[in-house]
Design a binder for this molecule. Structure first.
Ligand code: PMP
Length: 412
């Protein structure tokens, strides 16, 4: 085995250990990833993963769209495309954003490989090591992974039942400014938060945007669940209040299918140009095939009706989850999501959801410990439960098993 000299020392497990860039230090496998292997065993009720439920997707329609795409337009669909994304898809995305009141020119849109890539691109063009990224407490685990990989200093801002707390945001910004920190982004999931299960109230939205603007902080609004609200109309996006101060991220993963890996960013003109350059250097262009498949699905299928079908499917599961929790977990408390996939549960004092997880998996139920959703050591007293994937009966069974585990822990 060859090892380097000086500080470039390898190890028996990884001969290149001494060669990695400093930024890889923040790259550690998420708790969710480690769980997937165990939780995917059929006897385990997984309330852990946030996989969209595709049982309601008309596969025959998708299949026809895909095969006619190749038959009729193969040489274009299978070719490289524009780095910014297919112009026809960008036009259709404008329609998809109407309910959330995001207005833009098609040139303001950059198509990405899921919104996950947009998170990466935005962080790449704005964040130097040590720059602060503000994020809700708790925050989306996949975004935290991106911020960590660019060596950002993530500072959490508390939420309550109405979402991010404006006074906490301005207090945090004042103290960071005093400490001489550079705050680059406010990352927020305002609708049907992952993992918090809350939505930022309409009253707070202008306040959040105003505070960010006052402190010169760009808002990164991540909105994959905006169309998946169970009651009433969607609340207007933060972007609608300040298009120059907000980058809006959307995705087809939850309203159509995640396997196509199509998402997008809407950004101010100059930012958009940098995003396109960054994306070209990462992937040259998003998949032409996926983009054209999504475009033809949007053009030929009643996608709004389909979103309604998904909404009803998730509502039924949300109801099953909340009923089961109410019936069986009297010592815990939880959020009541009005949309999306997740419930954020606070367990009784003294319990540690991370330590408890192996016992839960032995009892054939899985969840994600709260610690996964913080960049610091918080979250031991919380867990995220997803209701999107299992059937209502399995959800009830999963909660029954979980309640049994919690009761046992309390007895010890
Ligand atoms: N943001 C949030 C809040 C999410 O929950 C997810 C998916 N779990 C993503 C972004 C990434 O979605 P995709 O890359 O599939 O568009």
């Amino acid at each position: 085995m060859q090892t380097g000299e000086g500080s470039n020392q390898g190890s028996r497990l990884d001969q290149w250990l001494g060669s990695y860039a400093a930024r890889t230090r923040g790259m550690t496998a998420s708790e969710i990833r480690a769980l997937f292997a165990v939780a995917s065993r059929p006897e385990v009720v997984s309330l852990a993963g946030g996989m969209p439920n595709l049982t309601a997707l008309p596969m025959d329609v998708v299949g026809r769209a895909v095969s006619s795409l190749v038959a009729e337009n193969g040489p274009v669909a299978l070719q490289y495309g524009s780095g910014q994304g297919d112009p026809e898809l960008r036009l259709r995305i404008l329609d998809v954003m109407v309910p959330n009141r995001v207005t833009a020119h098609p040139d303001d849109i950059v198509v990405t490989t899921g919104s996950q890539q947009a998170l990466d691109l935005v962080t790449r063009i704005f964040v130097d090591p040590g720059d602060v990224v503000l994020a809700e407490a708790p925050s989306y685990v996949g975004a935290l992974g991106v911020f960590r990989s660019y060596q950002a200093d993530v500072v959490h801002v508390p939420m309550d039942g109405e979402g991010l707390i404006p006074s906490a945001l301005s207090d945090t910004l004042v103290s960071l400014k005093r400490a001489g920190k550079r705050v680059k982004l406010l990352y927020t999931v305002p609708n049907h938060h992952n993992p918090g299960g809350v939505t930022l109230s309409p009253e707070r939205r202008p306040q959040i945007v105003e505070i960010a603007r006052r402190f010169g902080v760009l808002v990164l609004e991540d909105d994959p669940y905006g169309l998946l609200g169970f009651d009433g109309d969607p609340v207007p996006a933060l972007h609608s209040l300040d298009p120059d101060g907000v980058i809006y991220l959307g995705s087809f993963s939850k309203t159509f299918a995640p396997g196509f890996r199509v998402g997008w960013a809407v950004a101010p003109h100059a930012v958009r140009e940098k995003l396109v350059l960054a994306s070209e250097s990462a992937i040259l262009c998003p998949s032409s095939f996926s983009q054209m498949a999504v475009t033809s699905y949007l053009a030929e299928h009643d996608w709004k009706h389909q979103v309604g079908v998904f909404r009803e499917l998730y509502r039924e599961r949300r109801d099953a989850m909340l009923h089961a929790l109410g019936d069986m977990m009297p010592t815990s408390s939880w959020t009541s999501p009005q949309g999306g996939f997740y419930v954020w549960v606070r367990v009784p004092d003294g319990l540690d959801t991370k330590a408890m997880l192996p016992r839960a998996v032995t009892a054939r139920v899985a969840y994600v410990p709260g610690t996964a959703f913080y960049a610091d050591a918080q979250g031991h007293d919380h867990m995220r439960l997803s209701y999107c994937y299992p059937s209502p009966e399995r959800i009830r069974e999963g909660v029954r098993r979980l309640a049994g585990v919690i009761d046992q822990e309390l007895d010890v």
